[in-house]
Design a binder for this molecule. Structure first.
Ligand SMILES: [Fe+2]
Length: 142
């Protein structure tokens, strides 16, 4: 498991969503790297991709709501990062459909997705927790 407890923000709903994202991205990579033929992998890949497309949007929406609730000062900048990630996921999945399930596209995507997730949760999202702790707000939001 690539998830680490130090990634927790102390907000149970958000932490659970982050864990779920890690789990799904990991299983996505496992499918990509397995010894099965690409044709065998495609249905599982498509299923995970569809899930991610929806789940990422829902998670960002909840996390942004939490940021607004605590008056997080970096909200706008953080939302922009989320929005560009959503655009990226949608672009890739459109390209993937148009290319008729191109394997190379998904291999690239899997790597980028994992790198983005770790980076974002371990760095940018931690700033939200730092702010909430500094303002003494975290306990109230649990
Ligand atoms: Fe975030």
């Amino acid at each position: 498991m690539l998830w680490k407890d130090k990634y927790e923000l102390g907000v149970p709903v958000i932490d659970a969503q982050h864990k779920e994202l890690f789990k799904r991205v990991e299983s996505f990579l496992q499918i990509l790297r397995s010894g099965d033929s690409w044709d065998e992998k495609v249905p599982k890949i498509n299923e995970t991709l569809e899930f991610m497309k929806k789940y990422v949007v829902e998670h960002f929406r909840d996390e942004e709501e939490y940021q607004r609730n605590i008056n997080y000062p970096r909200y706008e900048a953080h939302k922009q990062i989320h929005d560009s990630m959503v655009n990226y996921v949608q672009d890739v999945s459109k390209q993937y459909e148009q290319s008729n399930n191109n394997e190379y596209l998904m291999q690239q995507f899997g790597g980028k997705l994992l790198a983005w997730l770790i980076n974002h949760v371990a760095a940018e999202d931690q700033l939200i927790a730092d702010y909430a702790i500094k303002k003494g707000m975290r306990d109230n939001d649990r």
